[in-house]
Structures are given as C-alpha cells and as structure tokens.
Design a protein around this ligand. Structure first.
Ligand SMILES: *Cc1c(COP(=O)(O)O)cnc(C)c1O
Length: 409
C-alpha cells in the first residue's frame, strides 16, 4: 500500500490559509462574485476548479473537508452534509426511486431503519431487511430491481462485522451498489478499498470526536458526488442539508487527531471488554476471540487501529442496566448519554434509546436484550483506574459478586 492509498492520506492535503496560515482560511460567504457574466455561466454549466457559486452547492471550507475525507477513504470524491442522516437519506434518494428495491441489514442505526421502514415506501421504494452476515439470505432477497445493498461495517449495537468484499461481489452481480455506513470504525476499515461503492459517515461521532456538532459525509466516485450536487437533480443541492463552513473547518482540524484517538479508543475498549468478560458478564466486543467475526474483523481491518471503541455488556434486566448506568455516572466512569466517539466514556441502553425506533420483535430477532448497556469507551489515559470504578458499580448493582477476582491486577 503506498502512502497515498492508506487511511493516513488524510494528512496529505496541504492547503494553506491566507498569509500561509497552517490551516486553510475559513470561507465566510454564502455567495461569490465573478469578474464577468460569462465566468458565472461557466460555473452553472460545469465545475470550475477554484471557482464557487453559492455555498449550498460548495464552499471552500466544505470542499477542504470533503477532500480530506476522500483522501482518507481512497475515493475519488466526497460530499459533506449537515448530519449523518442527511448523508444517508440523500444518497438513498439519489440512487433509488419508484419501483426500485433496497436490501438492508436489519442491525442498523435506528434512524436509518426508521427511514427505510417508514419513509422509503412513500417514495415507492421497497425495502427488505436481512441478516447481513447470512450471505445466502442476502442473495435470496436480491432481484434485478435491487439498486442498493445497505449495511454498517460494524453493526449497531451488537458489533457484527459485515463481509464487505463478499457483499460487494454479491451486489455487483445484480448491478446494485454497496453502501456502507462506517461511522463506528473510521480508519479501522476502509470500505471503499474493500469494494464498497459509497462510504457514509455520521461525522458527529468519531471523526469529529468532540461531541460539539452534528455533521455527515458521503465518500464515492466523482460521478456519484456530481449527481448529488447537480443543480437540477441532485439531492444534496435540492434537499439542501448544507454544513456550515465554520463547522466544517473545525471538524477538519479535529480529523488530524483521529488516528491517535482511534488507537486510544480501541486500547480502552479492549481493556474494559477483557476485564468485564473475565467477571463472567457477557460482553460483545470484536476484539474478544469468541466474538463471531473476530477473525473476519482482523482480516479486513487496516493494521494499527485495534478493534474499535464500542462494546456492549449484558446485565440481563432493564432495571439493572438502568441502575448500572446511573451508578457509573455517579462514580464518574463516564456520562449517561446517547451517541459515541466522544473523548469521554459514554453509555446508554440500546433498546430504549438508539435502537428504540426498531420494533420490539425485530429487536429480538437482532439479538438485542433489555439488559444491554452500550459503552463508547473514551480516550481517558487512566483506564485501569476507570475500570476499578466501573467494577465497583457492577458489584453495587449486583451484576458481579464483590468476591469476583479482579483479573486486571
Ligand atoms: C449517529 C449515527 C447516524 C446518524 O447520524 P447523525 O449525525 O446523528 O444524523 C447514522 N449511522 C450511525 C451508525 C450512527 O451512529
């Protein structure tokens, strides 16, 4: 892999600011002037390098963030949006319309599931939900009207790993595109390098990492991005979920610490997963050898970034899960909050929060249980100390006996 074709290519985007500032200047305009009418007409007809028209279409700051993202993903182009949901819905509506079909993983983000289940049919789009790890079931759900196979690289919340190369072959066999939401695993997986046609992000999570804004991105071919920004037919242009330039500049700066953050999130999550599982509590974490896709994860992942920052533990009842979360917030293990990828540890109960849009029977089929607590491990430097506090909480809510030996010592 040469350096321009690895995830660290995000560092190879030298754009300097006015007065040679180390960061590009932030664009502070909604509209742009032209030296003459002909130059303006040109930009309406086709993209002109270095020329901008109107910031709903493109702004220099959004362009810089998009270029950093496409360099990281190894795609020809990228587009940034005001939220992850906007990235998802604009991409799906660009690719699918009346009479088209989508085959989607059942274990996806609740908002995406709700869009596919409740809104896509209003556009005449038929959706079939499948177990994305069962390639025969995916194959059986496909027809030649299938335009899109939709999955998350690491599923929410159970952290099953999608076999992107196999799904890509399957989708392409039907002339469909493979869309992968890689929100849980930036840098760890490079879905486009593994065969995905479109890589989608909620930048709100790991990529920005500061939990101070909501944003999204679509990384794809030049033609796909051009279709989405088309002035008369593009979903990004016409539905208009534009990201503000101040925010995109801030997200881009935060991306430079993404490699360091991802490594530390993984170290912390791995440490917690091991310590918790050794108490006998059931833990879902792809870094544990008993995880069903441990080997698949290792074979698809870019080296050096670990197994990710998310883990799920099961304390069996909803009452105990709630007590545990409250106890952990009190003991300053972290914060009781939805979302993920923050520098501090966050936790929530998936069934009652981030997956609550998913009907209860589907939740059961997904393997969700009511005693689950999803943890987004932070980048705290004192993870042993954090574990001791968490261990105290587990004991106080009766999830482990106070006599359980502590294997971290
Ligand atoms: C949060 C999230 C989204 C939605 O992103 P927003 O930025 O909140 O709109 C989509 N997919 C996954 C996997 C997410 O975690």
């Amino acid at each position: 892999m040469n350096t321009n074709d690895s995830p660290s290519s995000l560092f190879h985007h030298p754009v300097s600011g006015e007065f040679d500032g180390v960061n590009p200047s932030i664009s502070d305009s909604s509209t742009y002037s032209f030296p003459n009418a002909e130059a303006m007409e040109d930009v309406f007809q086709h993209e002109v390098e270095g020329r901008y028209l109107y910031s709903r279409l493109w702004s220099p700051s959004n362009r810089n963030l998009a270029r950093t993202l496409s360099a990281m993903e190894g795609t020809e182009a990228a587009l940034v949006t005001a939220s992850g949901m906007a990235a998802i819905t604009c991409t799906l509506l660009q690719l699918c319309g009346e009479g088209d079909e989508i085959v989607a993983s059942r274990t996806i983000y609740g908002g995406t599931y709700a869009f596919l289940d409740n809104m896509a049919p209003r556009f005449g789009i038929q959706v079939r939900f499948v177990d994305i790890n069962n390639l025969d079931e995916v194959d059986r759900a496909m027809t030649y009207a299938t335009r899109v196979v939709y999955t998350e690289s690491l599923s929410n919340p159970l952290l099953n790993v999608a076999d992107i190369p196999a799904l890509s072959r399957l989708a392409h066999g039907y002339g469909a595109k493979l869309l992968v939401d890689n929100t849980f695993s930036p840098l760890i997986f490079s879905p486009a390098r593994l065969g995905a046609d479109v890589v989608i992000y909620s930048l709100t999570k790991y990529i920005n990492g500061a939990s101070d804004c909501v944003a999204g991105a679509v990384c794809a071919s030049k033609s796909m991005i051009a279709s989405m920004t088309d002035c008369t037919r593009g979903t990004s242009m016409l539905l208009g979920p534009v990201l503000d330039s101040l925010r995109s500049a801030s997200i881009r700066k935060n991306m430079y610490t993404l490699p360091l953050r991802m490594k530390q999130h993984s170290v912390n999550a791995n440490f917690l997963a091991r310590c918790i599982s050794e108490t006998g509590i059931h833990v879902h974490y792809p870094g544990l050898v008993y995880h069903p896709q441990h080997d698949l994860f290792a074979s698809l992942a870019n080296p050096g970034f670990g197994f990710g920052g998310m883990l799920v533990l099961d304390v069996e009842t909803s009452a105990r899960a709630n007590a545990l979360m409250e106890e952990m917030q009190r003991a300053e293990v972290g914060l009781l909050a939805v979302s993920l990828g923050y520098v501090r540890t966050l936790f929530s109960a998936p069934g009652h929060s981030t997956s609550s849009e998913i009907p209860e029977e589907d939740q059961q089929e997904m393997g969700l249980s009511e005693g689950m607590v999803r943890i987004s491990a932070g980048i705290e430097p004192d993870i042993e100390d954090l574990w001791q506090r968490m261990r105290g909480c587990l004991a106080r809510v009766g999830a482990i006996s106070t006599l359980t030996p502590d294997s971290s010592k």
